[in-house]
Design a protein around this ligand. Structure first.
Ligand SMILES: NC(=O)c1ccc[n+]([C@@H]2O[C@H](COP(=O)([O-])OP(=O)(O)OC[C@H]3O[C@@H](n4cnc5c(N)ncnc54)[C@H](O)[C@@H]3O)[C@@H](O)[C@H]2O)c1
Length: 360
């Protein structure tokens, strides 16, 4: 039987929850799926979702949990130390899941200082406020990109950092800052590094929703360079499950890769989607929907991760590519305009005239 939270004696309107979890960046892509999972699966946990509502966030991502008694949304910026201290005290937070970030590699070639501010400085502000508040578990969400992607090495958690773009460098630096609180103070930090994630709620500048949305408008898939870089793709609800696993079974001071063996080249992805959405099977027919443009200043080739450490905690990806991509295609047909500036995301590359637009 579901155990309900009991009323506490400290005030009239708060309830005693087993955990009080702060999720940062929970109006974004992966954060929103994780917030929904935690709020619905654990009515005895209190979830505070703190998000700045940047251009890639959407409050529509959270409609399914609106009004739930164990959920609270706060609009705010992790880069503000006094405000963050206040949130930890006021909400009596004991656990943190830190997703908030500037997350788009292509934007980092133009707006790199924003990446340093949010990803490095913001993570420092947050971990410091969490440390002062004596939080019991701090899960810092990082990426496979910190390894760099130009080798054929199988990447284990102990492999070296070799970031090659400002986004990846800011994430690697953030990891170092957060990890220093474990090394110096034994503050219980856990770091995760995941492969590329896809699925509903993702701002459509990322490659999968971008190609789907371009093809649905009868436009060409814009490929950076030759399209031979390879990415491993994880469905977003599998990743939310990975965070549930880490939350309950992850060990302080540890790093966990969250990966999948499923991979495609970017050109292979475009061809898969052209076949699925346009019914075209010939090489000649496919060319009509392929547009090879300028490459990124540096484009990582691939990241082959060993994820046996999290597999030993009982997690593995379960959603098949066919099922995941079907859900994603259907979702974008209904929800593309959840972001005010969604059309802008379909440009081949952001440019200096691409705004860092705010949600209106
Ligand atoms: N998407 C992927 O494929 C992927 C892969 C590996 C790791 N990651 C990491 O996972 C995390 C989440 O990624 P995502 O794809 O969901 O990103 P996202 O861009 O969809 O979401 C990021 C969220 O953080 C919020 N945010 C940004 N700056 C903030 C600030 N200063 N204060 C408060 N909130 C702020 C944004 O409003 C947004 O809602 C990031 O840390 C990213 O580096 C993502």
């Amino acid at each position: 039987m579901e155990e309900l939270p009991v009323e506490c004696s400290c005030c009239n309107n708060c309830k005693k929850y087993k955990k009080r979890i702060l999720v940062t960046g929970g109006a974004g892509f992966i954060g929103s799926h994780t917030v929904i999972l935690l709020v619905t699966r654990y009515p005895d946990y209190y979830i505070v979702n703190l998000d700045k509502l940047d251009y890639c966030a959407s409050v529509k991502n959270l409609e399914s949990i609106k009004g739930k008694s164990n959920y609270k949304f706060i609009q705010g910026d992790i880069c503000e130390p006094d405000f963050m201290r206040y949130v930890f005290q006021e909400e009596r937070i004991d656990t943190v899941l830190h997703f908030a970030a500037e997350s788009q590699v292509d934007m980092s070639f133009i707006y790199s200082l924003d990446f340093t501010r949010t990803n490095i400085y913001g993570s420092h502000v947050l971990v410091n406020a969490a440390y002062e508040a004596r939080v019991e578990k701090f899960i810092h969400v990082s990426t496979d990109e910190v390894y760099g992607g130009s080798s054929t090495e199988v990447l284990k958690e102990k492999s070296n950092y070799k970031p090659t773009n400002p986004y990846a460098a800011s994430k690697a630096a953030a990891e170092c800052m957060v990890r220093s609180y474990w090394e110096s103070f034994k503050f219980p930090v856990i770091i995760t590094r995941s492969n590329n994630v896809y699925g509903p709620h993702q701002y459509p500048r990322s490659v999968i929703p971008k190609f789907i949305s371009l093809l649905d408008r009868d436009k060409k898939c814009c490929i950076h360079g030759s399209g031979d870089s390879i990415r491993n793709f994880l469905y977003v609800t599998d990743v939310a499950e990975a965070f549930d696993t880490i939350l309950h079974k992850g060990e302080p001071g540890e790093i966990y890769n969250i990966g999948t063996d499923f991979n495609l080249s970017i050109l292979g992805l475009a061809k898969y989607l052209i076949k699925k959405l346009k019914g075209i099977t010939t090489e000649e027919g496919m060319q009509r929907y392929l547009d090879f443009g300028e490459d990124r200043p540096f484009n990582d080739y691939r990241y082959i991760m060993d994820s046996s450490k999290i597999a030993n905690l009982g997690w593995q990806p379960r959603v098949t590519w066919e099922q995941g991509i079907e859900n994603t295609v259907l979702w974008y047909r209904e929800n593309f305009y959840n972001w005010t500036h969604a059309e802008e995301s379909l440009e081949a590359f952001p440019t200096k005239t691409t705004t860092m637009p705010k949600l209106l």
